[in-house]
Design a protein around this ligand. Structure first.
Ligand SMILES: C[S@@+](CC[C@H](N)C(=O)[O-])C[C@H]1O[C@@H](n2cnc3c(N)ncnc32)[C@H](O)[C@@H]1O
Length: 253
């Protein structure tokens, strides 16, 4: 049988992990994303379990891209294919052709679920802030209330040395309330990655180092999943990672 074309077939496992984690009971008032980049896919399921989201990044360009999407400005990235995919993962396949079950005079086309979700993400993102995970206070001069959750996928890009990475985890801990959860993702053994034809160095991480560094920074690992690099990506030379990790760790006090 011919397989139906899936516009998000190349979607990375992190999108699926974000969906599973945020719909599996991880919830709270405030969620801070450290190193959001220009992307918002990480908030599609999170916006259902956290009331307020703060997006952050080190580069002004990424912050501008996020603002562009939030304000629906021309040239903003087009997220619907990914939002639709997440809506499907969440079991909502509504395509927007339905009508409200109301008296005939009130029949109105409803907005598709994916468009509603985009709006929920927009409403949930309360601020877009500059951040440097290498600083003791990564969001200074802004001071936020301690958050119930933190997401991050930036350590290998942000940290030049293993010690900087241990310090960064300690810095992240200061943003979480006791018992709060860190959802950390990244890649194993990456030494470089390419963005727009430019090569950037990366800190090669491995599981042993991560476990030790998280424990040393005062986190208890609750869940750790690893995914080997997909065979079909081996020829692509945008990075040399060997696999991906997704973990949830709790601030242990
Ligand atoms: C691999 S990208 C991740 C982007 C996005 N979170 C995602 O899931 O696709 C890493 C991000 O870390 C950011 N970054 C680099 N150095 C940083 C630092 N010192 N503090 C915070 N973020 C940093 C980069 O600007 C980049 O957007």
């Amino acid at each position: 049988m011919k397989r139906k074309h899936n516009p998000v077939a190349r979607i990375s496992p992190i999108k699926i992990f974000c969906h599973q984690i945020f719909l599996s009971g991880l919830e709270g008032k405030l969620l801070i994303d450290i190193g959001s980049g220009p992307t918002i896919y990480q908030f599609f399921s999170a916006c259902e379990s956290f009331q307020e989201i703060i997006a952050t990044d080190y580069t002004d360009k990424n912050l501008q891209e996020l603002e562009k999407w939030l304000k629906k400005m021309p040239g903003a990235f087009d997220w619907p294919p990914v939002v639709k995919y997440v809506c499907e993962l969440e079991g909502n396949r509504q395509e927007g052709c339905c009508f409200m079950t109301q008296p005939a005079s009130l029949f109105l086309p409803s907005r598709p679920e994916w468009a509603e979700k985009e709006e929920r993400v927009r409403r949930a993102i309360r601020q877009v802030l500059k951040c440097d995970v290498l600083k003791e206070r990564p969001l200074e001069p802004v001071v936020l209330p301690a958050s119930a959750g933190l997401i991050s996928l930036c350590l290998e890009a942000a940290c030049p040395t293993p010690q900087a990475c241990r310090d960064a985890l300690r810095h992240l801990r200061t943003l979480l309330r006791p018992g709060g959860h860190l959802v950390l993702s990244g890649s194993f053994k990456t030494t470089f990655f390419m963005v727009g034809g430019k090569r950037f160095p990366a800190l090669p991480l491995n599981e042993k180092f991560l476990r030790e560094a998280l424990q040393e920074a005062g986190f208890i690992i609750k869940k750790l999943e690893k995914v080997a690099r997909a065979a079909e990506t081996h020829l692509d030379n945008h990075s040399d990672y060997t696999g991906l990790f997704f973990l949830v760790a709790q601030r242990g006090d």
